[in-house]
Design a protein. Structure first.
Length: 314
């Protein structure tokens, strides 16, 4: 099958379904999604390009490498990053957290069949099964007997897909913080052996986050037989990463940790903008080092970045 040329696709809403008090599913399709690809990575992500107003057309950029650019004189469309909950020929599902404010949540609230949206090609992250070759995460290879997932509501769709597409017989345990007990949801079917710990009234921009504390009480195998996937609010993921790195000396090759969003981002940005020239210069240098580093060297640079974040209150 020939490879789909990289482009930003024009999708149309096929369905808008409320899943729970905090989650809404948008099903996208349309003629331009007829050849839409998948990386086969269960937490693959896409860039969504939103219209300026209901019913308006989003301005779609052209793909350049792993990025994109708009034609000269064309104002960029608002863009956000989301994971793909499900992929079917010509269709994808994307789950949105329901909350007040925020460009994406507002668009999803008002989306109706036919509403247009720009969708980039997907990018791989975590490899779901041995030998898939998909993604940049640790994957689940032959020596992995258990996979531990830690998430909040924003990462629950990706966690669900990982559970759905896991290798048969793999032990999976999920720690997930949710604002409402009715948000607790798992796939109807999975080839894995799955258990879940739901931390109610926790995190998600509504409450203090407690999912890390629940995770810290769990036993973890540090002999290479366990993999850990963590995604959600940035401070929560950094705290768990620090515990894995410094306290447990957990193998970095068996972790995949991604911050999806920042709680109270406006205040965080104000603190970031107020950094001293010396600290800002150090961060810029570390960011450059991170881009050049690989594997454990990259993890060491992240250690330095997050230590600086902690020192300056970010």
């Amino acid at each position: 099958m020939p490879e789909t040329p990289a482009r930003v696709h024009r999708a149309e809403v096929l369905a808008n379904t409320i899943l729970s008090p905090s989650l809404r599913r948008i099903t996208l399709g349309g003629a331009d999604l007829s050849d839409y690809p998948t990386t086969a990575s269960p937490d693959e992500y896409v860039r969504l390009f939103f219209p300026d107003a209901d019913g308006a057309e989003p301005r779609l950029p052209r793909v350049v490498g792993r990025g994109w650019e708009f034609r000269e004189g064309v104002a960029p469309s608002p863009m956000r990053t989301y994971t793909v909950r499900a992929h079917r020929p010509g269709e994808i599902d994307i789950d949105f957290v329901r909350h007040r404010g925020g460009l994406a949540a507002k668009w999803a609230d008002g989306a109706v069949p036919g509403s247009p949206l720009g969708v980039s090609r997907p990018f791989a992250q975590f490899a779901a099964g041995a030998g898939t070759g998909a993604g940049i995460g640790p994957g689940v290879d032959a020596g992995i007997a258990r996979l531990t997932l830690v998430a909040d509501a924003t990462a629950l769709p990706a966690a669900e897909r990982i559970i759905e597409e896991a290798p048969p017989g793999l032990a999976i345990r999920l720690f997930c913080e949710i604002a409402d007990p009715r948000d607790a949801r798992l796939p109807d079917r999975s080839p894995a052996r799955v258990s879940a710990t739901w931390v109610h009234r926790s995190g998600n921009g509504h409450f203090a986050s407690r999912v890390a504390d629940a995770f810290f009480r769990a036993d973890l195998a540090t002999d290479g037989s366990e993999a850990v996937w963590v995604a959600g609010e940035a401070a929560m993921t950094r705290r768990i990463r620090g515990h894995l790195r410094r306290t447990l000396r957990f193998p970095a090759a068996h972790t995949h940790i991604v911050g999806y969003w920042t709680d109270n981002e406006e205040a965080w940005r104000e603190r970031f903008d107020a950094l001293s020239p010396a600290d800002r210069g150090l961060l810029d240098s570390l960011y450059a080092d991170y881009g050049d580093a690989r594997d454990e060297g990259r993890e060491a640079v992240l250690d330095s970045i997050y230590a600086l974040y902690e020192r300056v209150g970010l």
